[in-house]
Design a protein. Structure first.
Length: 143
């Protein structure tokens, strides 16, 4: 995505060349639930500037990870969605969620939380090898 490259013939380095920039994986996180309008992405990414979002979306499109399309009428709005390659980042996002859960011991006063992020966290912990297990989750959000 960025003009910089690690210049290494390594799968990790090449992956980070595409998705290692600040905000990039959070844009992907927002699109994992399906197509979204630009304004909805901006709302979900809370503290991200509009210029940064536009830049990240362009880079993800150039990398073939995101596509932009116009919905048919009556919607007729432009949305962004993950390509098959972009959707393949779900396992990466889930791995980060699993690794970072210990970092959520305490919430800072100025830290924003979204119910959709909590849903993503639960999805990260659902085990695909146990498809017959029912799971009920109840969220209680502070006002």
């Amino acid at each position: 995505m960025s003009n910089r490259s690690y210049g290494q013939y390594c799968a990790l380095a090449k992956s980070l060349d595409l998705v290692g920039d600040r905000w990039t994986l959070l844009v992907v996180r927002e699109l994992l639930d399906g197509p979204k309008r630009y304004v909805d992405l901006l709302d979900g990414l809370v503290t991200m500037s509009t210029d940064m979002l536009a830049s990240r979306l362009r880079g993800l499109e150039d990398a073939g990870l995101v596509t932009r399309r116009t919905l048919p009428p009556p919607g007729a709005v432009r949305v962004y969605e993950l390509t098959e390659a972009g959707a393949g980042l779900e396992a990466v996002i889930d791995a980060y969620v699993g690794w970072g859960r210990h970092l959520l011991a305490e919430r800072g006063e100025d830290e924003v939380v979204s119910p959709t992020w909590l849903v993503r966290a639960v999805r990260a912990f659902v085990r695909p090898d146990r498809p017959d297990v029912d799971l009920t989750v109840r969220y209680e959000m502070p006002e």
